[in-house]
Design a binder for this molecule. Structure first.
Ligand SMILES: Cc1ncc(C[n+]2csc(CCOP(=O)(O)OP(=O)(O)O)c2C)c(N)n1
Ligand SMILES: *[C@@H]1O[C@H](CO)[C@@H](O)[C@H](O)[C@H]1NC(C)=O
Ligand SMILES: *[C@@H]1O[C@H](CO)[C@@H](O)[C@H](O)[C@H]1NC(C)=O
Ligand SMILES: *[C@@H]1O[C@H](CO)[C@@H](O)[C@H](O)[C@H]1NC(C)=O
Ligand SMILES: *[C@@H]1O[C@H](CO)[C@@H](O)[C@H](O)[C@H]1NC(C)=O
Ligand SMILES: [Mg+2]
Length: 549
């Protein structure tokens, strides 16, 4: 059990835990209405990522239902179903356990829906329910995942083979839905069987080992590296596996017709659809088939860097001010197998794509829903779920301000995550730069960017490092008033496992990297003061693409 600072953060933390835990599930408990409605946004995000999050909320006692009496935590109306109805829209089941309607079975059914559909559920418990007895709980029996029709898998294989034989320059595009629909081994065997260049969608980063000879980087529509766009757009057959095609995934670049292996069907470029035939079944059949793979050696297959290529190439020297490129290099040098790299919405999305992941480093982002503030509590949930490595978070100053107080929970739990706050003084993803140029002194390249500029893109400046330190300052009577602390916890209250630094120069950064590695049992909060115009090339392209009418 982890007590969070507020319900929105608890929801994001459950999201992160559900992504990273072996069981891929998390539970969050809240107070009726006042808690639930704060949580709603996080659960909508979890829905967008198909995460198994179980919400349990209190509710007024059942004997008050239908009465005129005013009940606390309501809007003053007689109506008791407001929360349950709101959650209907962001869950696969939204139920109240009712004494008269077999509550134990309704509970089981809701849990099954969550696990089988891989979506959140909402369960409301009236306050008087616990007074009553119910049947002894039995183990939940999960039904087997809805499979394919065997004859259809054969049809799908035949269709796939027909397209494959014709293709001269195929590419594979791996999407985020391959994360849960396929084992890593199946995905890898599939890729190796086909033998052609492989690109990942931004939110599928880490699904393909980045040192693999077929891996060519991220395909992110019109904001991809131009060399990557070349290869992808000149291909005569796109083989998609688990792809998602949102406006944010494609960024003004329509997908060419794709031979698309989806969780439950195969769709061919000319529109024929074979369903149900799961990508898991079909990819296994393809691996075992006598289909001939593409040979990259016999084609001109220069490897293309991850989007975009120039990001980390600019050298920073010791005495120089801190640059974004320098920070990316530092993050690159810190990542170890079993770590989880987490990127918040904002320029961090694009910066994170430039980092080449070591083996077994997982990568997480919330691309479709893109709710800023998600990543800090999600990094906490993920750290809890995957303690064998460190969560390494990249977050902008604006996003950090949304859910910042959850840092205190990470300190309390003695997490050793590493948090890079990119302090560029505002919502840079939205800002317009008036004068694209190369600033020789700062050795940063300044790009034109903007989704929509205005005075609302600027936030108050905090001293983020000092802020972190105030979250573990015991004012009086350490431990008194909390009977649940162990002796060790009581003692440790005066000795928080945290170091926070405000980093302004490359020198500071080197020192920070040393400390992250040598004090690896501590939470590292690194406020990185970068020039407000030091944004990524990909963000510039993104801003231009979205800013255009
Ligand atoms: C909850 C929420 N509110 C508003 C937005 C719109 N939005 C998208 S990115 C962004 C600014 C992010 O700023 P920051 O975290 O500082 O990142 P930067 O681009 O500066 O690196 C905003 C306000 C959003 N995505 N989510
Ligand atoms: C591949 O297998 C199919 C049947 O699955 C068969 O018709 C075809 O002749 C085989 N091709 C080769 C080259 O062995
Ligand atoms: C990126 O690098 C390539 C090759 O090194 C160079 O030609 C190009 O001008 C660079 N682009 C930017 C924007 O620096
Ligand atoms: C990564 O985690 C696995 C599983 O806990 C463990 O066996 C392995 O030793 C870890 N590797 C490293 C490099 O820490
Ligand atoms: C708390 O803050 C005060 C004032 O800045 C400082 O003197 C003290 O050492 C801090 N205590 C802890 C436990 O960090
Ligand atoms: Mg910012």
């Amino acid at each position: 059990m982890v007590g969070c600072c507020n319900e929105l953060n608890a929801g994001y933390a459950a999201d992160g835990y559900s992504r990273s835990s072996p069981a891929r599930a998390a539970v969050v408990f809240v107070t009726f209405m006042v808690g639930g409605l704060s949580l709603l946004n996080a659960i909508a995000g979890a829905y967008s990522e198909r995460l198994r999050v179980i919400v349990v909320s209190g509710a007024p006692p059942t004997d008050t239902f239908g009465q005129d009496c005013l009940i606390h935590h309501t809007t003053g109306l007689k109506e008791r179903d407001q929360a349950i109805r709101m959650f209907e829209h962001v869950t696969t089941a939204s139920v109240r356990l009712d004494l008269k309607a077999n509550p134990a079975s309704v509970l089981d059914q809701a849990l099954l829906r969550c696990l089988e559909n891989s979506l959140p559920v909402y369960i409301e418990l009236p306050a008087n329910l616990a007074e009553y007895s119910c049947d002894v709980p039995r183990p939940l029996i999960l039904s087997r995942p809805r499979g394919s029709l065997p004859s259809l898998v054969q049809d799908a294989l035949d269709l796939f083979t027909r397209y494959w034989r014709e293709a001269q320059s195929p590419v594979i595009l791996v999407g985020p839905l391959a994360r849960h629909g396929l084992t890593r081994d199946t995905l890898l065997s599939f890729i190796e069987k086909l033998g052609c260049p492989v690109f990942c969608q931004p939110d599928a980063k880490s699904l393909v080992p980045e040192e693999h000879p077929q891996f060519q980087g991220t395909f992110w529509g019109s904001i991809s590296d131009p060399a990557c766009i070349d290869v992808v757009m000149n291909s005569d057959l796109w083989v998609g596996i688990g792809t998602r095609s949102s406006d944010y995934n494609l960024v003004k670049r329509p997908t060419p017709p794709m031979l698309d292996l989806s969780p439950d069907h195969l769709r061919a470029p000319k529109g024929n659809l074979i369903s149900p035939a799961t990508m898991a079944d079909l990819s296994e059949r393809i691996v075992l088939s006598n289909l001939t793979g593409y040979c990259m050696e016999s084609h001109n297959s220069a490897s293309h860097e991850v989007t975009p290529s120039n990001g980390t190439s600019m050298e920073s020297s010791i005495s120089q001010p801190l640059t974004r490129a320098g920070i990316l290099k530092a993050i690159q040098s810190l990542l170890q197998p079993n770590d989880t790299l987490i990127a918040e919405t904002g320029d961090s999305w694009f910066n994170a794509q430039m980092i080449k992941l070591p083996p077994r480093v997982d990568y997480q982002m919330q691309l479709l829903y893109g709710s800023i503030g998600w990543s800090l509590p999600a990094a906490m949930g993920s750290q809890l779920a995957r303690p064998e490595g460190r969560s390494v978070l990249m977050i902008g100053d604006g996003s950090f301000q949304m859910t910042a107080q959850e840092l205190s929970t990470m300190i309390r739990l003695k997490m050793n995550s590493v948090i890079f706050i990119f302090n560029n003084m505002g919502y840079r993803i939205e800002v317009r730069v008036s004068r694209p140029a190369l600033d020789q002194q700062l050795i940063i390249r300044i790009y034109q960017s903007a989704i929509h500029d205005g005075p609302y893109n600027y936030v108050s400046n905090w001293n983020y490092a000092l802020f972190a330190e105030t979250l573990c300052n015991i004012s009086h009577s350490p431990g008194n008033g909390n009977n649940y602390l162990t002796d060790v916890e009581r003692r440790d209250q005066n000795n928080p496992a945290l170091f926070a630094m405000r980093i302004r120069t490359h020198d500071d950064l080197l020192l920070a990297v040393d400390r992250v590695l040598s004090e690896s049992n501590k939470l590292a909060v690194l406020e990185c003061c970068i020039h407000p115009w030091d944004i990524s090339e990909a963000l510039a392209r993104f801003g231009q693409a979205l800013g255009q009418k």
